[in-house]
Design a protein around this ligand. Structure first.
Ligand code: HEC
Length: 153
């Protein structure tokens, strides 16, 4: 009796281990590079290139918003902010999403969402200080994610 239970338990553990080892979600986390505390995110070269292109769009958006603020042209902000909103995720496949750590994905969604919300607020005539406060919070996300993750070489 005890023996058959333990066999069943061993079989169960084996199946769970097999399922996990076949799972792209678990298998993708590369070990840390020496001295680099950031978690490595392991995507294909094409996926990495697409992500980095998205990052450069983020940076252009930030610069565009700061420039609009500096020149007192806040009417330009909605269109600029939208470029980094959820539409930037359109080309990302579900499979790529599954390979990413949950913390990474949620910070990514939150950042796109914050850009969309900033665009909506700016379109409704939000003040300069509200726009700057949103920008401060968005850049907090940039910094947090960069502190936690890197792409595996
Ligand atoms: C969900 C996580 C995440 C968020 C949020 C994020 N980044 Fe990144 N970003 C990364 C990772 C990972 C890299 C690659 C870093 C590495 O491998 O050393 C990167 C790289 C970059 C690069 C370099 C691009 C290149 O061509 O090499 C820029 C520029 C950048 N991010 C800008 C931003 C800006 C601006 C924001 C905020 C608006 C932002 N990122 C938000 C994860 C993020």
């Amino acid at each position: 009796m005890i023996r058959s239970n333990s066999n069943r338990l061993t079989g169960f553990i084996f199946c769970v281990a097999l399922a996990f080892s076949a799972s792209p979600v678990i298998a993708q986390h590369a070990p840390l590079a020496k001295g680099d505390p950031r978690e490595a995110v392991n995507l294909s070269p094409k996926e990495t290139a697409e992500f980095l292109a998205g990052m450069r769009t983020y940076l252009e958006t930030i610069q565009g918003i700061v420039a609009a603020m500096a020149e007192n042209k806040s009417a330009r902000v909605p269109a600029i902010a939208k470029k980094s909103g959820a539409k930037l995720l359109n080309g990302v496949s579900l499979f790529t999403g599954l390979k990413l750590p949950l913390g990474f994905t949620s910070m990514s969604f939150d950042t796109h969402d914050k850009f969309d919300k900033l665009a909506d607020k700016a379109a409704k005539g939000a003040s300069r200080s509200i726009i700057l406060a949103d920008l401060r919070d968005i850049m907090g996300n940039c910094i947090s994610c960069h502190a936690m993750y890197r792409f595996a070489p």
